[in-house]
Design a protein around this ligand. Structure first.
Ligand code: IMP
Ligand code: MG
Length: 180
């Protein structure tokens, strides 16, 4: 696996600091609210597991799975719900959507639309990584861990063709791995 990585972009220590800072902000902002943290499967699971432990107020968690990619490195632009939330969005809940990366924004635009229609008290986005150069939809993260350049990255939950999610850091994948 390591041979396929061109460069480490965020080390384990850097990720730890980013997640602690995000958790502290969320803890402050959601005091007294009915926080429901919604992880978007599968890419955000590693981030989610660390982030929820950095949040120091009561919260519940739920998961959604969507797909827009197939096995390539570019979005297809078509988003499909593969798994919906287990719980109903109850009156007064404050949803925080947790994503691994905000790229074109097509996935989050769709999720925001679907979840807003269920009338939560509030809905915000927390993304670990943001690639602003590639944005196609009008979507901005309320909480963002790090802005990264337009390169395909893997690790810490992010995959290429379902591989590399278990790398403990975020690294740029060598283009020759997917330009075959
Ligand atoms: P968007 O709809 O284009 O914003 O894409 C969001 C989804 O695409 C993310 O949740 C990721 O699963 C995937 N994605 C986008 N860029 C990358 C990348 O650089 N590496 C791995 N997955 C990515
Ligand atoms: Mg993915």
């Amino acid at each position: 696996m390591l041979n396929d990585i061109e460069k480490v972009l965020l080390s384990e220590d850097e990720l730890k600091k980013i997640v602690e800072d995000l958790g502290a902000k969320i803890t402050e902002d959601y005091k007294g609210k009915k926080l429901v943290v919604v992880s978007v499967l599968k890419g955000s699971v590693v981030f989610m597991a660390d982030l929820m432990r950095a949040i120091k107020i009561p919260c519940s968690i739920d998961f959604m799975a969507v797909s827009s990619y197939g096995s390539g490195t570019k979005t297809s632009g078509v988003v499909k719900i593969i798994k919906d939330l287990d719980s109903e969005v109850v009156c007064g809940s404050d949803l925080l959507i947790v994503e691994d990366i905000l790229d074109s924004g097509v996935t989050l635009e769709y999720l925001m639309k679907v979840l807003s229609a269920r009338n939560p008290n509030s809905i915000r986005i927390c993304t670990l990584l943001d690639k602003p150069e590639r944005r196609r939809a009008n979507i901005k993260a309320d909480y963002s861990g790090a802005q990264i350049p337009d390169a395909f990255v893997v690790g810490y939950g992010l995959d290429y063709d379902e591989k590399y999610r278990n790398l403990p850091f975020v690294g740029i994948l060598k283009p020759e791995v997917y330009e075959k």
